[in-house]
Design a protein. Structure first.
Length: 296
């Protein structure tokens, strides 16, 4: 563990005597806070342990690194050895979308209730929308990296749309961002049919979702998208069954108590792999519960 801490690939945490301690610096405080919320939820049932939690967007330990270094990351591909954990965004620290979500998407449980009622991979869908607007409605919005209309394929960026307004559409597309998309789980709540583009990037719950059972898989280059859209239009009963199963899965298996349970099992199992008893670093700060976040 000392080698992992020294590499600076994440934030070092210690759980000693059912109390949570952390090194003083965290690259993204809101993200650390989102992680800490769930650890503190279950800390009375956790043994002593220590771990390094990466709150960057990208995983840190490529598969060729030897010996394997134990680092927790929210998302990864098969090319990385990181241990996946439920992202901080279930509580706070999610991506800000100005002006509709200036402080992030908000708590997952509150967004669930509300919704019940960036890469070039998106380019082919935007271009298809312009060629066949009766088939697809897709345009780029402005993100932090936007500099000119060259970044939005020669047209002004579209206006941002709140997630609740996504529910007006029958079909919704999910693309990765820098890593896995925080938006993926939200799309199912609309009851729309979700088209998931590419399968390289994973989060902890993705393996339980099944293509053609909970969502429609799409090739990363979108070479099959026109054919898939035509299929679901001609087979609406199948499309609706897939959409219903996707929504049901998220509502029944991705509740806040499920996220807390996953954290407890994850850290308990991880602690069993430690071959030593961690000793408290006296320079670390104790982390305690803060007031709950309620805003959307």
């Amino acid at each position: 563990m000392a080698a992992t801490v020294q590499r600076g690939v994440g934030t070092h945490y210690q759980i000693i005597g059912h109390k949570l301690y952390r090194e003083r610096n965290c690259m993204f405080p809101a993200r650390c806070s989102g992680v800490e919320h769930f650890i503190l939820e279950v800390i009375d049932r956790l043994p002593d342990l220590e771990m390094v939690v990466n709150v960057r967007d990208y995983p840190q330990i490529p598969s060729w690194v030897k010996p394997t270094l134990p680092v927790f990351s929210f998302s990864k591909t098969a090319d990385y050895q990181d241990i996946m954990y439920p992202a901080w965004t279930f509580w706070e620290g999610g991506p800000a979308v100005w002006p509709i979500y200036p402080t992030g998407l908000g708590r997952w449980d509150l967004m669930r209730d509300d919704l019940k009622k960036t890469s070039a991979e998106r380019d082919p869908l935007i271009l298809l929308s312009r060629e066949a607007p009766e088939l697809v409605d897709a345009e780029y919005t402005k993100n932090q990296a936007w500099k000119s209309e060259r970044d939005t394929l020669g047209r002004p960026p579209a206006k941002e749309i709140p997630l609740v307004d996504h529910c007006k559409y029958k079909y919704l597309f999910n693309f990765r961002g820098v890593a896995a998309s925080f938006r993926f789980k939200h799309l199912f709540l609309c009851g729309a049919l979700v088209f998931h583009v590419g399968d390289e990037w994973q989060e902890f719950f993705y393996p339980q979702l099944r293509p053609w059972v909970h969502y429609i898989p799409v090739q990363q280059d979108l070479s099959d998208v026109r054919e898939l859209l035509q299929f679901v239009k001609e087979n609406d009963d199948i499309a609706q069954e897939i959409a219903s199963r996707g929504k049901e899965f998220i509502l029944e298996h991705l509740r806040m108590k499920d996220v807390s349970c996953y954290w407890e099992r994850l850290l308990t199992d991880f602690s069993s792999l430690l071959t030593y008893k961690p000793k408290l670093n006296r320079n670390y700060n104790q982390i305690v519960h803060r007031a709950g976040r309620t805003e959307l």
